[in-house]
Structures are given as C-alpha cells and as structure tokens.
Design a protein around this ligand. Structure first.
Ligand code: SF4
Ligand code: SF4
Length: 129
C-alpha cells in the first residue's frame, strides 16, 4: 500500500509559482511570492454561487466566528471589525451564517441576484425564545 505522499499528483492548482517545490516557496516572504495565473488571487472562483451571504453591520457584534470558520477566507475585516464579504471568492456555502451567534443573525443568505440594500431592508426581527 502506498503512503499518502507517494501518490502521483493529480490535479492541483498551486497558489504560488514554485509551490511544487514544497517548502522552498514557504520560506519566501509573502511579498516575494508570485501568484500563479490559475490561483484564486488572479481568477474569479465564485461563478457557481447561487446564494450569497449578506452582512448586517447594525446587528454584528464582531465576534469573528464567521471569519474563523469561512473555508475560503472570504470574510473581510478592517480596523478590528467585520467589514463585509469578498464576493470574488465566497462560494456561498453558508457556513458563516450557521456560526453567527446573534439574534437575528448578522449574516443571512439571499439570492445571488438580490441587491444587498434590498436584502438589508427585509432583515428579520429578533426571535423570542
Ligand atoms: S458563504 Fe461560505 S465561502 Fe462565503 S463567506 Fe460564508 S463561509 Fe465563506
Ligand atoms: S459571526 Fe456574526 S456576529 Fe460574529 S462577526 Fe460574523 S457576522 Fe458578526
């Protein structure tokens, strides 16, 4: 039986030029790493999203649960506060909504084509327990 590190590499999209050399690219400072043409830095990777998370700044308590759990690093933060969603990379998986602890949630999923302003206007009220 082969070990995991003995298999031939199949389809891998490396983020940085030279990533196939493993540790060497990790040793470089971030500013010295060149993104590959097919990395998500240079290509949109959100075409298949059918629903998007919308952030409601008025309810958010900046707990950063969504930032920690987003599998794509698509939650944006600025000055130690949540500032929105990176729609170029967000896949619409909904994990951020699931882990948001506020009542009502500060992130909710809406149809991809809905304007964020319209989504915010129909935000639900606090649910009584
Ligand atoms: S929907 Fe998924 S990919 Fe998009 S911001 Fe939320 S957790 Fe991240
Ligand atoms: S999980 Fe909800 S309350 Fe916490 S930072 Fe994200 S949007 Fe704000």
């Amino acid at each position: 039986m082969k070990g995991w590190n003995e298999f031939e590499i199949g389809s891998v999209l490396f983020a940085f030029e030279g990533s196939e050399d493993g540790i060497k690219v990790q040793e470089k400072l971030p500013e010295n790493r060149a993104y590959t043409e097919n990395s998500s830095k240079k290509r949109s990777v959100a075409h298949w999203r059918v629903q998007k998370p919308v952030h409601n700044n008025n309810i958010c308590i900046n707990c950063f649960n969504c930032w920690v759990y987003c599998p794509d690093g698509a939650i944006l933060a600025r000055d130690e506060k949540l500032s929105g969603v990176d729609y170029v990379h967000c896949k619409g998986c909904g994990v951020c909504v699931e882990v948001c602890p506020t009542n009502p949630k500060s992130l909710l999923m809406f149809d991809e084509n809905e304007e964020n302003t319209e989504a915010l206007a129909k935000w639900p009220q606090k649910e009584s327990k």
